[in-house]
Design a protein around this ligand. Structure first.
Ligand SMILES: O=C1O[C@H](COP(=O)(O)O)[C@@H](O)[C@H](O)[C@H]1O
Length: 300
């Protein structure tokens, strides 16, 4: 794979984001390559068969990923808070939260309009909020407790309900927030359109709690669904479905570590597998950006 070190990438977006620096991989038909800076329109991708949207893949050295992710989140947040007066962001669990750590440092910690943030979970484990497995606890301890987001803007699941009830309850609440214009929805399909979806990916290629080969991957109607046989513990979880994940305005997939290199290769590599992993089904309406470290990108 030939590559050059890029310096700046200018995004030509609805909400133009500031330039980013580091090594950028752009997809073009069947090739993945490092390249010189391109305009955002040049990032047209054929990554998923139905995806005609913009996709960028960026590979980082060590701490640079967290630095760039913080800038990306801040730029998206600033654009929405200034244009709409609110920013709806969906968090995953797992390693993602640690990669958001630079948001707790200047300039972001002091300048972001935290009071306008509305925080949701892409997926959640059905355990008490105080449990070590809780995605809420992970995000609260690692990020949310350290910034001035109003507690009423943090939408955790109801942890007193079983999985099915918790999924129904979360979907009902999101419908309520759509009705009240806290969350935007698409006139075309009625699904909620979150401003930013922050996804991780497991070594098996799962995103949210949508696991390879599981029927939930095919869900087309529900906004939030549940699983009681998750292959990764704990077994009971609730999760956004693909129609919601793929309706978001901006999506970041943050994937690190050699253990995920095979799944990354399967989704982004030259000969993409005919059976798509869930991560390969992330094909949002808006912009998709992969944040990889060198380990995760090592088989590309
Ligand atoms: O179980 C989960 O795993 C995925 C991936 O986690 P990671 O630690 O490998 O990054 C995560 O995105 C999801 O939210 C979580 O529930």
């Amino acid at each position: 794979m030939a590559y050059t070190q890029s310096t700046h990438l200018s995004y030509n977006l609805r909400f133009p984001l500031a330039s980013l620096s580091s090594r950028i991989l752009h997809r073009s038909s069947s090739n993945l390559f490092f390249s010189r800076p391109l305009t955002f329109q040049a990032l047209k991708s054929s990554m998923a068969d139905t995806n005609t949207n913009n996709v960028a893949v960026q590979v980082f050295e060590k701490d640079d990923l967290a630095v760039s992710l913080a800038k990306y989140v801040a730029d998206v947040s600033n654009n929405f808070t200034s244009q709409r007066g609110a920013f709806t962001v969906c968090l995953s669990g797992g390693s993602l939260i640690n990669y958001l750590r630079k948001l707790l440092e200047p300039p972001y910690v002091d300048t972001l309009e935290w009071s306008k943030w509305h925080v949701f979970w892409v997926d959640e484990r059905v355990v008490p909020k105080t449990h070590q497995d809780s995605n809420y606890k992970l995000a609260f301890d690692g990020l949310l407790s350290k910034v001035p987001i109003p507690s009423g803007n943090i939408y955790a699941i109801n942890d007193t309900l079983p999985a099915e009830g918790a999924a129904d309850d979360y979907e009902t609440y999101i419908r309520h927030l759509v009705k009240n214009n806290v969350i935007v929805s698409s006139p075309a399909n009625g699904f909620p359109k979150f401003d930013l979806m922050l996804l991780g990916m497991g070594p098996d290629g799962h995103v949210a709690s949508l696991f390879p080969g599981h029927p939930l991957v095919e869900e087309k109607q529900r906004w939030v669904t549940y699983i009681t046989d998750s292959p990764k513990p704990p077994p009971e979880r609730i999760t956004f479905t693909f129609p919601v994940i793929n309706n978001s305005a901006y999506t970041a997939l943050v994937v690190t570590g050699k253990g995920k290199a095979d799944a990354v290769h399967s989704v982004l590599g030259k000969s993409q597998n005919s059976v798509k992993l869930p991560a390969g089904l992330v094909s949002p309406e808006g912009e998709l950006k992969w944040f990889l470290d060198k380990g995760a990108a090592s088989k590309l």
